[in-house]
Design a protein around this ligand. Structure first.
Ligand SMILES: [Zn+2]
Length: 392
């Protein structure tokens, strides 16, 4: 390959790539003709899209239907204050073209669903998973396995991030080899419930962009067969060896999943983009429990479809209670349920989390599918969020 295959503009623009032997003219041409599909223009998508555009990736597909919310700006740096209320896809496209006007951007203003996922994935060389929820993450994985496309994975939660490249066609595992099924809805708090350090998606998303560029130019060691786990508080990077599961329902020797499926029952929080959540089901989190942060969010910004239920006794309630909570002692709950809406959402708490768990078991058995026990109860609440509260 010689330099004549790049325009004078491209030679100037990509000079710092061209002098790297691992990239050079050939690598730059690969980047210019590459087609990358990014699912989401949120926390992870922001650095991914900006770095890929800057690197000269010629075709970027962007699946995003959400609008920019003010609470996004703490981490979604592709959007700015003046973009609040606008479509993220529009805002991201504008920023990409500002960085690199030569980039072709295809904005798909839809959610990824089983009806469009495979067609979209097939049109691109590789996919970047910047999703924030399990149903989409499994859909991305399954579509990538079916289409034989590498899936550059990243996820973030609070201070911890993960990244990997799932590419069964290159000898590695798929996401389902690690996590065969999503945890039950409500088992794992989302970033809206648990929070996320704003810079964390910047780090993990940059790693995803790096992996994508390596795959495109065919150099280096991609994160195949390896899961990178990063703790930003302790500032530690660990690499876990992972491998393809021959019994995997998706990429195994005898796959049982032969068409795309959608998991339902998950709160997609459409108005508050939440970034990815990590799988903490391995830590023994009960699917009937929810985090204290979910309770805090409800107290701070009440959602009218959610009720906080206090299942302690009146005497306990008199000592301390959470603003807005409705007192229904556990012994009277069965009767009270008859007058309550089983389709509404309930955050149930007691003193330490035991009685509320019993309450939630009863509620679930009665068809209240969105009832959760607040982990740790009011004691944990007082310790964590309200030091002025009198406890007992
Ligand atoms: Zn697999």
């Amino acid at each position: 390959m010689n330099g004549d295959q790049l325009s004078a503009f491209e030679k100037r623009r990509y000079a710092r790539h061209l002098i790297l032997p691992e990239v050079g003219v050939e690598g730059q041409r690969s980047l210019l003709s590459a087609r990358v599909l990014c699912i989401g223009a949120g926390g992870l998508g922001s650095p991914v899209l900006m770095y890929l555009a800057a690197a000269g990736v010629g075709h970027i597909g962007l699946v995003e239907f959400d609008r920019v919310d003010e609470s996004n700006l703490q981490r979604q740096i592709i959007h700015g204050q003046s973009d609040v209320g606008q479509f993220k896809g529009e805002s991201a496209r504008r920023k990409i073209l500002e960085i690199n006007p030569e980039c072709h951007v295809e904005w798909i203003n839809e959610s990824l669903h089983k009806g469009n996922a495979l067609d979209l994935v097939r049109r691109y060389d590789l996919v970047i998973d910047g999703t924030d929820n399990f149903p989409t993450r499994f859909l991305v994985n399954d579509a990538c396995v079916m289409a034989g496309k590498p899936n550059v994975y990243g996820s973030i939660f609070r201070f911890e991030g993960q990244a990997s490249v799932f590419a069964p066609t290159m000898g590695g595992p798929c996401y389902r080899c690690l996590f065969p099924e999503p945890p039950p809805p409500g088992a794992v708090p989302s970033c809206a419930e648990g929070g996320v350090l704003g810079v964390l998606p910047g780090i993990i998303g940059s790693i995803q962009a790096n992996e994508a560029i390596k795959l495109i130019i065919g150099k280096g060691e991609p994160l195949i067969n390896r899961l990178l786990v990063m703790d930003s508080l302790g500032m530690e990077f660990r690499i876990l060896k992972i491998q393809r599961d021959p019994g995997c329902a998706m990429c195994g020797n005898h796959p049982t999943i032969t068409e795309l499926m959608e998991y339902t029952g998950y709160c997609s929080l459409p108005h508050h983009e939440t970034d990815a959540v990590t799988d903490s089901s391995r830590e023994g989190v009960s699917p009937l429990e929810i985090s204290l942060e979910a309770l805090r969010d409800q107290v701070m910004a009440p959602d009218c479809n959610t009720t906080i239920l206090d299942v302690r006794e009146p005497g306990e309630h008199a000592i301390c209670h959470i603003e807005g909570a409705r007192l229904v002692p556990l012994g009277r709950l069965a009767e009270a349920l008859e007058g309550m809406d089983p389709s509404a959402r309930y955050l149930v708490h007691c003193k330490s989390g035991k009685r509320s768990m019993e309450a939630v078991e009863l509620m679930r058995a009665r068809g209240f599918t969105q009832a959760w026990s607040v982990r740790g109860g009011i004691i944990a609440w007082a310790e964590e969020f309200d030091s002025s509260m009198t406890t007992y």
